[in-house]
Design a binder for this molecule. Structure first.
Ligand SMILES: C[S@@+](CC[C@H](N)C(=O)[O-])C[C@H]1O[C@@H](n2cnc3c(N)ncnc32)[C@H](O)[C@@H]1O
Length: 201
């Protein structure tokens, strides 16, 4: 159920896009509303000391996180070099490292709150990625993953795609040791945040 076709170009498409990504029409139509929704969910629950954004792109979400929580330590991870160059230019408040969700360049358990927005469907090994996020969350830390989710019948038709139903997203989180507390729809019925917390010791 969770297997996916390998797509080598998943990272390569974002390197050339890096220089124009911030000016793309899709920012206002999709990414900005998604960022607003994840921040709304987060601000009502947390005041984190540290935030990680996985698949951070140009750092746009982290800049908004900085506006909300100026004292919070911010880290962004992305495999696309050009995206990170733009992120570093525009977001001096954050630290950025090249890496993927499946192999986060972080020690165990430093992170209070992790975000990932409209990136998960690009990850090659999604189960390993969620386990990695669980590994770097401190006990009690939370992961807000916003991405496309599809009705079960459509997932079944698109077998072996990297798009999942809400139930499949919940299963991925639970297999990684994250307790799912909510899965609100945002922006449209095809975009959802899965919110999961690592059990406290
Ligand atoms: C559509 S962009 C979204 C960027 C950002 N999260 C935002 O909301 O603007 C998807 C990002 O996921 C990154 N990505 C691709 N494969 C990834 C992986 N395996 N792990 C983490 N990020 C990945 C891409 O390089 C790209 O920057």
């Amino acid at each position: 159920m969770m297997k996916s076709k390998p797509r080598a170009h998943d990272v390569e498409i974002f390197d050339p896009w890096g220089s124009t990504y911030e000016r793309s029409w899709i920012q206002q139509r999709l990414f900005d509303p998604v960022h607003a929704a994840v921040l709304c969910q987060a601000e009502s629950r947390f005041k984190p000391a540290s935030v990680l954004d996985i698949g951070c792109g140009s750092g746009r979400l982290l800049r908004k996180v900085h506006d909300s929580w100026p004292e919070t330590h911010l880290v962004g991870i992305d495999p696309a070099q050009r995206m990170l160059e733009v992120a570093r230019q525009l977001t001096p408040e954050a630290c950025f490292s090249i890496g993927s969700g499946e192999a986060l360049p972080l020690v165990d358990a430093p992170v209070d709150l992790a975000f990932s927005t409209i990136s998960f469907h690009h990850w090659q090994d999604q189960a390993a990625g969620v386990r990695e996020v669980a590994r770097v969350l401190r006990p009690g830390g939370t992961f807000l993953l916003a991405d496309f989710t599809l009705p079960t019948w459509l997932v079944w038709l698109l077998s072996r795609s990297r798009f999942h139903s809400a139930a499949q997203m919940r299963a991925l989180f639970e297999q990684a040791g994250l307790d799912v507390e909510a899965q609100p729809e945002i922006v449209s019925r095809f975009v959802r945040i899965t919110i999961g917390t690592r059990a406290s010791r």
